[in-house]
Ligand binder design. Sequence first.
Ligand code: NAI
Length: 345
Amino acid sequence: GRNASLRAAVAPRIVPKAKSGSQISPQASYKVAVLGAAGGIGQPLGLLIKMSPLVSELHLYDIANVKGVAADLSHCNTPAQVLDFTGPSELVNCLKGVDVVVIPAGVPRKPGMTRDDLFNINASIVKSLVEAVVDNCPEAFIHIISNPVNSTLPIAAEVLKQKGVYNPKKLFGVTTLDVVRANTFVAEKKNLKLIDVDVPVVGGHAGITILPLLSKTRPAVTFTDEETEELTKRIQNAGTEVVEAKAGAGSATLSMAYAAARFVESSLRALAGDPDVYECTFIQSEITDLPFFASRVKLGKNGVESVISADLEGVTEYEAKALEALKAELKGSIEKGIAFANKQQ
Ligand code: NAI
């Protein structure tokens, strides 16, 4: 059932053994590329992907320091073969034939910065990396982690459109960390077993655009108005909590790697034919009047199979207001991304 697959997604198996009764083909083996693999997120993400029994090749790309990361990871006795690629001249070989491309390349926040402050640097990085994806593996699932995701995802979409290979079902802004945080904070507050809690988080991935739909928490829980307010704010500001605790040494990397690995594992299970894979992600969407919106989707072999629009029905007054309030900021960030991609052509 749903919870079983959620559990599988949350807890990647360390021992590469097929589950009995698994709906996934035992021969399933995929190639995954991580662009920005020597970074704070890239290194632990590489480790977690190396643990996946669904991966046959792990391609690690960065502009520097990736050889050592690959040598290190290659000593883990799990099946995935680890290959390293350094600098633009090796990017083509990194991308050829891969099924999933994960992009955590770029600079992270320091205290006092918003995600939008990263735009000037990360927008160009994402643009150039997605251009390489267009040329070498246009059919791959693309996972965008680099911030500001509210703008970098629309940039990626524009680049793919310009080259005539845009498939909105296969382009994802990674918002899994918002769900992971929401699940953790709700379970703590309500004394629930962590593994069972699932909170859909919709909207975008920055400040008030992150909207946890606490009323849709499963298993069903009730919250006082104060609890709703406190949990919503904490989930929205959780990234800043980490940025401040790290005091200049970067932003969330370990929990982000965990969340990104869950999204990769879910994507691979979907590719392998598991009929029961759901994740929240920032995608092209028609469930609001915004062109891109994060919500729960069902994943299948071809990417997004359906968007769970029912999550937006029957929300509380608090959530309905927050949804209206986030639209202006999210719209602005989306338009900023689209404008950037088009002016630079
Ligand atoms: P980091 O600075 O530790 O690592 C970034 C890596 O990207 C470095 O190894 C760097 O060499 C590499 N890089 C830079 N330009 C590149 C290029 N053109 N091609 C390939 N690699 C390149 O940063 P960290 O902490 O790993 O964060 C990465 C990004 O992820 C940041 O933009 C951060 O804001 C974002 N992030 C997103 C989250 C989300 O929920 N979507 C959560 C946390 C961080």
